[in-house]
Design a protein around this ligand. Sequence first.
Ligand code: PLP
Length: 358
Amino acid sequence: MQDITIQLARTLKEKPKDEGALGFGKLFTDHMFIMNYSTDKGWFDPRIVPYGPISLDPAATCLHYGQLVFEGLKAYRAADGRIVMFRPNENMKRINRSDDRLCMPEVDVDFAVKAIERLVEVEKDWVPTSPGTSLYIRPYIISTDAFLGVHPSSTYQFMVILSPVGSYYPEGIKPIRIYVENELVRSVKGGTGFTKCAGNYAASLKGQVQAEEQGYSQVLWLDGVDRKYIEEVGSMNVFFVLDGEVVTPELNGSILPGITRDSVLQLLRSWDVPVSERRLSVQELVDAHNAGRLDEAFGTGTAAVISPIGELTWQDTHMHINNGEIGPISQRLYDEISGIQTCTRPDPFGWIYEVGKD
Ligand SMILES: *Cc1c(COP(=O)(O)O)cnc(C)c1O
């Protein structure tokens, strides 16, 4: 493995005193990780350096044609003070699948995880300790050739920045209102929906803004061809409990394969709860709701873990779910996953990666 050089910052920022006011993604730590790539050298010069602006040629291809992929994961302060991450190898495997789709170079999964671990170790005092807080980790790769041709770049930069984030539920878990988008689409089969590439999020903003203007917190996207089938919510995968069976859209190429989604499926199966990954139309949900068979709905993602859905609106139909309260399956999943993440519950699947262990 290549050596990671470390250049420490001369002065350190003051850490926030009130962890209740952290919010999400507004504050960054003192250092960041960078390594460069060129076609002849591969990945080289891995280094931890003081956090600060980077210099890019104004013609850099990432700024024009969007070769930019990212990941999102968290480091948690365990109940006993250790720092742990949740399935970080899965994030680096996923960044490689995104890389492949965007003609970008893959990273060595073990090395990239090691690099993240080293950075988190350097910044360990930034991992907040209050319940529900964590250190959000944002790895990303940009293309850097100064060239206006539409062609894959021959140089890239992999970076990792860290941001201490507050509890997603400072006032307890509260179900959200979701708007089913009928006109705009996020992605289509054959496109980039399964990747975490910047363009997907740029394309989602308009729907998100329109939903917020109407008082909803997120958009639920339908498939891009028929506008009939459920895909996912903003930055979360989505699950429904229909008559005791947990149903989530199958991975069809246009949905992001969430690591929380996968963890939820593994847990449910281990609990012998019936689950299915399949095509699910919004009409089927309306029918189930009218028949009193739509028991629960929830989103899954790294930020919130489990986000119960209390209301789902499709055109003129308002579906109110479980009296706007979190349901038993959603609650059990939330408790189990957040318990594993803070090491207050056993980790039978080996999902926990302890920082600074070896
Ligand atoms: C990141 C993301 C998710 C959730 O993935 P996790 O690995 O569970 O955090 C779901 N959908 C989209 C569009 C995302 O970007």
